[in-house]
Write a protein of this length. Structure first.
Length: 173
């Protein structure tokens, strides 16, 4: 009994190591949002795309489908421990409704406010916002871009906006 235990222990460790390698390989190729989030017609993560962004056709590109109130377009954004949003520029079609799914990667808790750039810069009360997005948590907020812009998004956790945790939303006619 005691003589066989190290063998089983060793096999178990090898198996665990293989599982970790497979998980790492899948995560490395598919990104944080898993298979199916890629853009079949555009540049992928290996061709200049950024993780969490530019994975779907942008306004004006072939295949683009504008979001509606009944069926918002989903845009995934990663909030990083380096106090950045990825991507930090999101084009929207004039009048469309977009749901932002914001995921915090890392231990730093973030917020996500979206709306008119002046309101976002001033942290105006009433501007659509998600508060306290914890590590590996994904939360969403939906906004309709029916004005001329400019629009923006930002994190107003203490010191984050001042550190540059802000993104731009350009309205495409
Ligand atoms: Cu933040």
């Amino acid at each position: 009994m005691s003589g066989r235990t190290p063998l089983w222990l060793g096999l178990g460790l090898v198996a665990a190591g293989l599982v970790i390698l497979v998980i790492a390989a899948v995560a490395g190729t598919a990104g944080p949002f898993g298979p199916g989030a890629g853009n079949p017609g555009g540049p992928g993560p290996m061709m200049g795309g950024r993780p969490g962004g530019a994975t779907l056709p942008a306004p004006g590109s072939p295949g683009f489908v504008a979001g509606t109130a009944a069926s918002p377009r989903v845009v995934q954004i990663v909030a990083t421990a380096q106090l950045r949003f990825v991507p930090d520029a999101v084009p929207v079609k004039q009048g469309e409704t977009v749901t932002f799914e914001v995921t915090t990667m890392g231990p730093t808790v973030h917020e996500f406010m979206v709306g008119p750039a002046a309101d976002v810069a001033a942290d105006t009360p009433g501007t659509p916002e998600i508060a306290d997005i914890g590590m590996m948590e994904t939360r969403s907020v939906t906004n309709t871009f029916d004005g001329p812009g400019p629009y923006a998004f930002a994190c107003h956790a203490t010191g984050h906006y001042e550190a540059g945790m802000v993104g731009t939303i350009a309205v495409v006619p």
